[in-house]
Ligand binder design. Structure first.
Ligand SMILES: C[S@@+](CC[C@H](N)C(=O)[O-])C[C@H]1O[C@@H](n2cnc3c(N)ncnc32)[C@H](O)[C@@H]1O
Length: 265
C-alpha cells in the first residue's frame, strides 16, 4: 500500500462506496443476479463448493446471492467504506457473513476454501508484475487442491482501436436529489500492458458542484497472458467466459469481460 495510485483508488471508493450499488445498477441493472446465478451453476458443475473467499468483495452485492443460496462466503476488501456498505447490505438482507478490510496481495484467512472470487475488474488493479505474483500466490494459499479460482477482468481488446477516449460513464440522480456525473478519460500503454483509467467526477447538490479527479493504472490482460500468469503460479485454466453470466461465450473483439475459471493444481 501507499503508492499514489493506491491513494487515488482508495479516495474514489471512499467517496462512492455509499452510492456504488445504485450507480452499478444504473449502468447494468442485472449484473448482480446474473453473476450469482452463473457462479452457482459453475459450483454445481465443478464442485463440491461450500466455502468461498471473495478477496475484493466491494459492497458484497454478488456474494449476497450466494449466501442466500446457502454458501458460506468470507468477504475482504481494501476499502473500509466498501466494507461498511457490505455490512449495511448484509443487515438489510437479514443475512450474516464474515467481512473485513484486507489487501488481496497479502491477506491471511484461516482454512482452505473451495472457491476464491476476484470480480468486477479488481484483479486488473494489480498493475505491476510483482503485485500480480503476490496476489496469485495469496489466492493459491487459500484454496484447497482442486479448488476453483474465478477472475472477472475487463476485456480491453475491444478498446484497442480506440485507446484514448472520453465518454460519460454515468449521469445519475441519487434519491436525495444529488446529481452525479462521471466522465472517463482513458489512455492505454499497450507496450507496458497498462490501461490508465482517469475519472472526473462531478457531484451537484443544489447550487454547489464538487469536482474530483482520480487516476488508476489497470493491467491489460489477454487470454494468452492471463493463462501464462496462472500456469506459472500453479493454476490450470479450465473455462473462459465473455461475461459474468450464464452462457456468455468469450469473443476477443466483442466481449465486455474476460472471465477465467482456473483450478488450483
Ligand atoms: C470495481 S470494485 C468491484 C467490487 C466487487 N468485486 C464487484 O464485482 O462488485 C473493485 C474493488 O476492488 C477493491 N480492491 C482494489 N484493490 C484491492 C486490493 N489490493 N485488495 C483488496 N481489494 C481491493 C476495491 O476497494 C473495490 O471494492
Amino acid at each position: 500500500m501507499g503508492s499514489e495510485s493506491d491513494k487515488a483508488h482508495g479516495r474514489w471508493f471512499r467517496v462512492f462506496a455509499e452510492h456504488y450499488d445504485t450507480l452499478a445498477a444504473a449502468i447494468e441493472p442485472r449484473r448482480t443476479p446474473n453473476a450469482a446465478a452463473a457462479l452457482h451453476r459453475l459450483f454445481r458443475r465443478r464442485g463440491p463448493v461450500r466455502r468461498i473467499l471473495d478477496v475484493a468483495c466491494g459492497t458484497f452485492s454478488i456474494d449476497l446471492g450466494l449466501v442466500a443460496r446457502g454458501y458460506s462466503v468470507v468477504g475482504r476488501d481494501l476499502s473500509a467504506e466498501m466494507i461498511r456498505a457490505s455490512r449495511r447490505n448484509l443487515r438489510e438482507a437479514g443475512l450474516r457473513a464474515n467481512v473485513a478490510v484486507a489487501d488481496m496481495r497479502s491477506l491471511r484467512v484461516g482454512g482452505a476454501f473451495d472457491a476464491l472470487l476476484c470480480l468486477g475488474t479488481a484483479f486488473n488493479y494489480l498493475a505491476s508484475p510483482t503485485d500480480v505474483r503476490r496476489g496469485l500466490r495469496t489466492f493459491r494459499r487459500h484454496l484447497r487442491p482442486g479448488g476453483l479460482l474465478v477472475l472477472d477482468t475487463t476485456n480491453f481488446d475491444p478498446w484497442i482501436n480506440n485507446p484514448t477516449n472520453v465518454r460519460a460513464e454515468v449521469d445519475h440522480r441519487l434519491p436525495d436529489g444529488t446529481r452525479l456525473a462521471i466522465f472517463t478519460l482513458n489512455d492505454q500503454d499497450r507496450a507496458r500492458s497498462l490501461h490508465v483509467a482517469r475519472f472526473i467526477t462531478a457531484m451537484q447538490r443544489g447550487r454547489n458542484i464538487d469536482l474530483a479527479f482520480d487516476e488508476a493504472p489497470l493491467r491489460i490482460w489477454t487470454k494468452q497472458t492471463l493463462s501464462d500468469a496462472l500456469r506459472r503460479e500453479g493454476f490450470r485454466p479450465i473455462e473462459w467466459w465473455g461475461d459474468l453470466k450464464i452462457g456468455a461465450k468469450y469473443d476477443r473483439q466483442r466481449s465486455p469481460r474476460l472471465v477465467v475459471v482456473a483450478q488450483r493444481a
